[in-house]
Design a protein around this ligand. Structure first.
Ligand code: ADP
Length: 256
């Protein structure tokens, strides 16, 4: 953005006016730096599983494959690391597509939509004996950009599963305000919670709190960045309420 300052000394001096243009480069420098940081982070995150796959497959080829116990253990690691790579690539692609998505809004039944998302997480939900409750206020049929809303819901619900406790609970509330023409959804868990200090950082790309405390391993640290950036692109907003050890509630709102 250019700040243009005209310096006119007097009417008689009008033909000698001076034009000063000041460019504030702070924002574009910051954007450049963010892109460099992102590429560095992506490279680092991709390298970790690849190094592990390389190392364990080499060990197997060097003879460890002859020992059935080692073979199974190392193959499991290679398998897990491959899944991690797929998740990372999927999340990186989601991030880069957010601003380019031109999908038209279409009518979606929110109950069917949520059931589909929950179905894809059924194994983890059952494994940790989690209870899921859904409630709907207003017409369940809403006209939305389905891919984007699904991306948000998927990430919030996946976190409510991963950062829950055994036998925990997940509550999903969908409010369709037809007067204000807004959709408000909250996803609440009674899991491990997020400290005040971390609440300010969890939306940063690749920021993760203590991984060892989660029920499900394998997060990429990109989920909440995707949620935040998708909501920005929909002119929506996101709120977080959390108490360490007690649970977390994410609420998002989008204009329809
Ligand atoms: P990840 O892939 O690690 O889940 P996210 O960007 O989705 O990455 O979340 C960033 C971090 O925020 C997570 O690593 C986790 O520590 C914390 N977090 C996210 N959602 C929750 C939640 N519902 N309860 C507790 N901690 C959470």
């Amino acid at each position: 953005d250019a700040n243009v300052i005209h310096l006119v000394h007097s009417r008689e001096d009008y033909d000698k006016q001076v034009l000063v243009i000041l460019y504030d480069l702070t924002d574009s420098r910051r954007m450049e730096q963010m892109q460099v940081d992102f590429v560095n982070n992506v490279s680092h995150e991709l390298k970790t599983p690849i190094t592990s796959i390389e190392g364990f497959s080499e060990t197997l080829l060097d003879g460890a494959a002859d020992d059935p116990k080692k073979r199974e253990h190392f193959l499991q690691i290679i398998h897990n690391e491959s899944i991690r790579l797929t998740d990372l690539i999927q999340d990186i692609l989601s991030l880069s597509k957010i601003t380019k998505d031109t999908e038209k809004s279409k009518p979606v039944n929110m109950e069917d939509d949520l059931n589909g998302i929950l179905q894809s997480m059924a194994v983890a939900i059952d494994k940790h004996h989690l209870k899921v409750e859904k409630s709907f206020f207003g017409n369940k049929e809403v006209t939305i950009n389905k891919s984007k809303v699904d991306l948000i819901l998927n990430n919030l619900i996946k976190n409510a599963v991963s950062y829950n406790k055994e036998n925990g609970q997940i509550t999903i509330e969908v409010h369709h305000d037809e007067v204000e023409n807004r959709l408000r959804v909250s996803v609440t868990d009674n899991g491990i919670g997020i400290s005040q200090a971390d609440q300010e950082r969890v939306f940063e790309r690749f920021y993760r709190v203590d991984r060892s405390r989660s029920l499900e391993t394998g997060g990429t640290g990109l989920g909440l960045a995707i949620v935040k950036e998708t909501l920005d692109s929909l002119d929506g907003n996101l709120q977080i309420e959390s108490n360490l050890g007690l649970g977390t509630k994410f609420t998002f709102e989008i204009p329809l």
